[in-house]
Structure formats: structure tokens, C-alpha cells
Design a binder for this molecule. Structure first.
Ligand code: ADP
Ligand code: MG
Length: 628
């Protein structure tokens, strides 16, 4: 059969171009990818051989072999794994299967540097060979194929590849890289050995390098296969024996991420439930963390045999950013995804691994700087856990970090324990405010009185916050109370300054009269009017019937989801000490006072909701007052 020419899938060509432009500073990763593929191919065969031991034939000992040929300028990575048929080679080496990579390629930005950085998050995989090679030849024979059913695949990485049938004496794959001149340093024994060792240390299959033995005078040097790793799966080693660098390298092997992980937890548990787990938290959130088709889940091993990738039955959705593996003897080797969903062992493991992950973060909190990174990258997702995982609410509460009126909106580092430890004497509750933006939260008029009393308030502005606070009732015996609540329950808080306790300038009688005038003017537009004790500078604010008022954004979301949201009537709280309210009350003409009252109500609604039903009417009334 003559070699057939095929055109790469458009995506592949795009990826190849991008690789050429972006990976030059990190060239050696191609070796990680090739060793990783060889190891995957062996894992696949090991798994297939459980059901069909005859697949191993006369070649039952797995190995990965790497050799350099200086004369030919080639580097070859070989394995005796599952191999590929001609069709498989065309398919797997001509397309991109991973939906993540595809997505990424579709959203390439104009910023090449950024693309280069991001591409590290995806398995560029086999195609990374073209970073250092101007031609790549793959000779492969599937474990099920005969001697003459092997495939020879070749490409210069510029848009097409060829493939044809060939012969190979035994099953497995050779990937032969014809190195570019400027990349021939990878043929250097020392460089090669160092790089290979780095990328194969944690691989459970022996990796051999063909090395020259020192030659005797006048003789051509002999070559020898030297094993460069100890071929023990890293997670099976006692944690004490594993170095940080080994953990980091293993993470990169598992995830294709080029960044170091932020932290990890390695546990070997014996007893009722036996398992080994190695969980990692990345240091950068994947860009598709909020996509439904995010690739999530752990690698599953049973009795050290690789069973499946992305098994998502072992962690709750709010921990979907965690990477790693679990190895257990308590599941059958033939376990399927469907079986996992119903398995009691899987459910138990999920519970245990969730704890492990939350513990890992609790430990990370000791390192302020790293925890800051964690919170910025994953805090928002973790908040989902408050609603999703009531059993672990307590642990998650301890992990939350907030911006507060004391720390400022840009400093999201206050834990609830910090908050409680510095409450002024007599404060019983934890106060919070939810707004649409950090600025709106910080500037909320509802905070004025609380600030003056020295009461710290949690500032919240993320979409998830409303759901989260809805699921939170208390922390350590302290109730959560929104600053917009009708009753702030502030009795007993020792004021910070005498100023806050200053008796009001007006008499009770005057207050009642003022309130009555507002009530008369506003009529049905409000549920009630009362004198505010929470405002200092602002003229007025509105308070709902319920503790938690719906923000306008939430109202719109609910309405968009087809729910009828009852129109809420607010109570207007007025600040009789405010110059604006004083000015309004000085107006004796009822019609004109009514304009004032409307403007004051609209102002209060505007600060609370961020929008008004009739903004034009508001502007008109305001202008009339400004001009009078
Ligand atoms: P990934 O490993 O993430 O699937 P790669 O680009 O690294 O992506 O590899 C693409 C596919 O090519 C693999 O999924 C596998 O099917 C096939 N492949 C690559 N290398 C080998 C190999 N050494 N033996 C068998 N199949 C391989
Ligand atoms: Mg790969």
C-alpha cells in the first residue's frame, strides 16, 4: 500500500502554529508529553489485559525506552504499550479529541503572550513534538494487530501527514523525532538524562535510556540500556519519602499544567475503607471553571491499575477544580462510570476525600500569601459549598474570607474568626451588606450607623453571595444579620465614641410630626415611615419587610427564570439630622413638600437597588427642586 496523504483537522493546524510561536522558552516539555503518552499506552494495555491476558503475548514486561542517534539527528521514544492501528493513528494523531483544547483554540485572543501562557493548561500532547522536530515519524503496532498490520505515520507538522501499513516485530510504538539543528542539544547524553529523569521519576513503568559505556582504547564504544527511574508509582510511596519537587513534577504529569500546584495532600488510609489519595490544588483556576463541560474529576486506580480518567464521583461539584488521583482496593477492577454513581464505596470515598480537601485548605491558610492566591482563584467556587454541602458547612465557614468595612473592599482576607475576635463589647451578631459592586457595598448608606458604633460589616458583591448568605444562619453562635434588616439588634453594643450616643437634637413630638408628614405625602408608596438610627450622613434609606431584601439584580434573575416576584413595599427610614431632610421639613407648602418626599424616597431606593422604576420622573422632580 502506498502512503496516503491526509490533511490535519483545522484545529490541529492552528495548534501547531501556536506551538511554534509560543513554546520556545519551554521546549523540553515535549519529553514529558511523549513519556506520558508511552506510560498511558502501557496503562491501557495493563487494563485491557485483565480481561484478555493473551494480549500480552510473549512480551509481558512493560518498559519505555529512549535513545538518541547523533548521526541521524533523531531522538526515539518507544514503548510496548497498546499501540495503534492505521485507523487509530489517522484519528488520534490527526485530530484533537479534548474538548478543552478545542474550546481554548476557539477563544484565542490577540495577545500571543497570554495564549502561550494559557496553552500550558491544555494537553498539547503529542503535537508538542513539533516544537523541536521538523519531522516526526511514528511506527506503531496495536496489541491486537499482526506483524504486517503496523502503521507508519509521518508529518513535518505543516498541515498534512502521511500514513501507510508497515511491519513491526512486536506490539508498541516508536515516536521518532528528527530534531531541528537548533534543538540537537537534546541528543546530548547529559541533557537527555537530566530531562528524562525529571519526567519519569514518578512513572510506574521502568524508563530506560540508551547510554554509551566508556570505551576502551581503539574500540568503538558500546551502548547499554540504563534504567533512569525506580518505576514506583509515586503515590504508593510513604509521603515522607517523596520530595516537594517530585510531587510538583507528578502534578504536571497528571494535569499537563505547567505551573506548580499551590498545595497537595497525600494520604494513605487503612482500615474500614482502604485507599490512597493524592489531591492537588492548582495555582491558577482553569478559564472554564464555570463551564458545564469542564473536565473534572480524579484519576481512578484500583489496586494500582489505572481504571479511568476524570472520575467525578469522588468529589462534590464545588471542589471541581481539584486534580489528582485515588487508588483503592475496595472497588472491583471492572468498575464503570455508571457503577460508580451507585457505589456505596464511591460515596464513602467522596465523603472522605471531601474532608481531605477541606483539611488541605485549612492547612494552607497558615500561609497567608498562598491562601490569598487560593482565595482569589477559587474562593467564589468554594462558596457554592455552603449551599451544596450542608454536612461540611462548618469546615467551609472556616475557609471563607471577606472584605469588610475595616479591611476595605480590596482586602479580602478577613475570616469569620478574625471578625468575631475583634467585635466590640456587647456585639452579638455578624453584620453584612450585599451590593452589586465593591464600591456600592463599601459606600452603602446602611453602614453609616454601624461604622460609627465601631461595628465591622462584611462587604459582599458577588452573584453567589446572595445564595450563600441565604444558606447561612450563624457562625459560632453569632447570627448573620444584613445591614438592611429592619431590626439590627444593636442593643448592648458599647459605642466607640460618645458621639454615637449623642441624644437627638429633636424632641419625640417633633419626630412624630415629621414622620406623619412624610407618611401623608408618600401614602401608598411606602409601607411605613420611621426615624432612622442607622444613618449618619445620608438623608434616608429603605428597609424591607424581610431581613434580606432582594437586590434588583436578583429580582431580575428570578423574573427571567419565570418566577413571579411580589412587589415589595419598603419602610422609609429618615434621618432627621440630615440637612436635606431639615430643608424638606422647612417647606410648608404640602404640594412642594410632597415633591421633596418623593425625591428623598427615590434617592433611598436608588442607593439600595441601583436603579429606579421611573428614573426620568426622578430627574424631573430633582431638577425642579434644584431650580426653585
Ligand atoms: P492525550 O494523551 O491527552 O490523549 P496526545 O496528543 O498526547 O493526547 O495523544 C493523542 C492520542 O494519540 C492519545 O490519546 C493516544 O490515543 C494516541 N497516542 C499517542 N501516543 C501514543 C502511544 N505511545 N501509544 C499509543 N497511542 C498513542
Ligand atoms: Mg498525551
Amino acid at each position: 500500500m502506498a502512503a496516503e496523504t491526509h490533511v490535519f483537522q483545522t484545529k490541529v493546524s492552528k495548534l501547531l502554529k501556536l506551538l511554534a510561536n509560543s513554546l520556545y522558552s519551554n521546549k523540553e516539555v515535549f519529553l514529558r508529553e511523549l513519556v506520558s503518552n508511552a506510560s498511558d499506552a502501557i496503562d491501557k494495555l495493563r487494563f485491557a489485559a485483565i480481561a484478555k491476558p493473551e494480549l500480552l503475548g510473549s512480551d509481558p514486561v512493560f518498559s519505555i525506552r529512549i535513545s538518541a542517534d547523533k548521526e541521524a539527528g533523531t531522538l526515539t521514544v518507544s514503548d510496548n504499550g497498546i499501540g495503534m492501528t492505521l485507523e487509530e493513528a489517522n484519528e488520534h494523531l490527526g485530530t484533537i479529541a479534548q474538548s478543552g483544547t478545542e474550546d481554548f483554540l476557539e477563544h484565542l485572543s490577540a495577545d500571543e503572550a497570554k495564549n502561550a501562557q494559557q496553552i500550558g493548561q491544555f494537553g498539547v500532547g503529542f503535537y508538542s513534538s513539533f516544537i523541536v522536530a521538523d519531522r516526526v515519524t511514528v511506527v506503531s503496532r496495536a496489541a491486537t494487530a499482526g506483524e504486517n498490520e503496523a502503521v507508519r505515520w509521518e508529518s513535518d507538522g505543516s498541515g498534512t501527514f502521511t500514513s501507510e501499513l508497515t511491519t513491526r516485530a512486536s506490539r508498541g510504538t516508536d515516536v521518532i523525532l528528527h530534531l531541528r539543528d537548533e534543538d540537537k542539544n537534546f541528543l546530548d547524553p547529559w541533557t537527555l538524562r537530566e530531562t528524562i529523569t525529571k519526567y519519569s521519576d514518578h512513572i510506574s513503568t521502568p524508563v530506560y535510556l540508551l547510554e554509551e559505556k566508556p570505551a576502551e582504547e581503539g574500540k568503538t564504544p558500546e551502548k547499554d540500556w540504563v534504567q533512569v527511574n525506580d518505576a514506583k508509582a509515586l503515590w504508593t510511596l510513604p509521603p515522607k519519602e517523596v520530595t516537594d519537587d517530585q510531587y510538583k513534577e507528578f502534578y504536571k504529569h497528571l494535569t499537563h499544567d505547567w505551573e506548580d500546584p499551590l498545595c497537595w495532600a497525600h494520604n494513605r488510609v487503612e482500615g474500614d475503607l482502604e485507599y490512597t489519595s493524592l489531591l492537588y490544588c492548582p495555582s491558577v483556576a482553569p478559564y472554564d471553571l464555570y463551564n458545564r463541560d469542564l473536565q473534572k474529576g480524579l484519576k481512578l486506580f484500583v489496586e494500582r491499575v489505572f481504571i479511568m480518567d476524570r472520575a467525578d464521583a469522588f468529589l462534590p461539584n464545588y471542589l471541581r477544580f481539584i486534580k489528582g488521583l485515588v487508588d483503592t482496593n475496595d472497588l472491583p477492577l471492572n468498575v464503570s462510570r455508571e457503577l460508580l454513581q451507585e457505589s456505596r464505596v464511591a460515596a464513602k470515598l467522596k465523603k472522605a476525600l471531601t474532608r481531605r480537601a477541606l483539611d488541605m485548605f485549612a492547612k494552607l491558610a497558615d500561609d497567608k500569601e498562598k491562601y490569598g492566591v487560593f482565595w482569589t482563584q477559587f474562593g467564589r467556587v468554594l462558596k457554592e459549598g455552603i449551599v451544596e454541602d450542608p454536612d461540611n458547612k462548618k469546615a467551609i465557614l472556616g475557609l471563607l474570607r471577606f472584605a469588610t468595612t475595616k479591611a476595605g473592599a480590596s482586602d479580602i482576607t478577613v475570616s469569620l474568626a478574625d471578625y468575631v475576635s475583634r467585635m466590640p463589647e456587647g456585639q452579638k451578631n455578624i453584620y453584612y451588606v450585599i451590593a452589586n459592586t465593591p464600591e456600592a457595598a463599601e459606600g452603602s448608606p446602611y453602614l453609616e450607623g454601624l461604622k460609627k458604633k465601631g461595628v465591622e460589616v462584611l462587604l459582599l458583591w458577588e452573584r453567589i453571595d446572595e445564595w450563600m448568605m441565604g444558606a447561612l444562619t450563624e457562625f459560632d453562635g453569632h447570627k448573620f444579620i444584613p445591614a438592611t434588616a429592619a431590626d439590627l439588634e444593636l442593643e448592648g453594643v458599647k459605642a466607640k465614641s460618645d458621639d454615637a450616643e449623642k441624644p437627638s437634637e429633636t424632641s419625640k413630638e417633633e419626630d412624630d410630626k415629621a414622620v406623619a408628614r412624610f407618611k401623608a405625602a408618600l401614602g401608598e408608596k411606602v409601607a411605613d415611615v420611621r426615624v432612622s438610627d442607622r444613618l449618619v450622613d445620608s438623608a434616608a434609606c429603605v428597609v424591607g419587610q424581610h431581613d434580606q431584601m432582594l437586590t434588583e439584580q436578583m429580582r431580575r434573575m428570578l423574573e427571567a427564570a419565570g418566577q413571579t416576584v411580589p412587589e415589595e413595599k419598603y419602610t422609609l427610614e429618615v434621618n432627621l439630622e440630615s440637612p436635606l431632610v431639615k430643608k424638606a421639613l422647612a417647606e410648608n407648602d404640602p404640594a412642594r413638600f410632597s415633591e421633596w418626599a418623593d425625591v428623598i424616597l427615590d434617592q433611598a431606593l436608588l442607593s439600595e437597588q441601583g436603579s429606579l422604576k421611573d428614573p426620568a420622573g426622578f430627574v424631573k422632580r430633582l431638577n425642579a427642586l434644584l431650580l426653585s
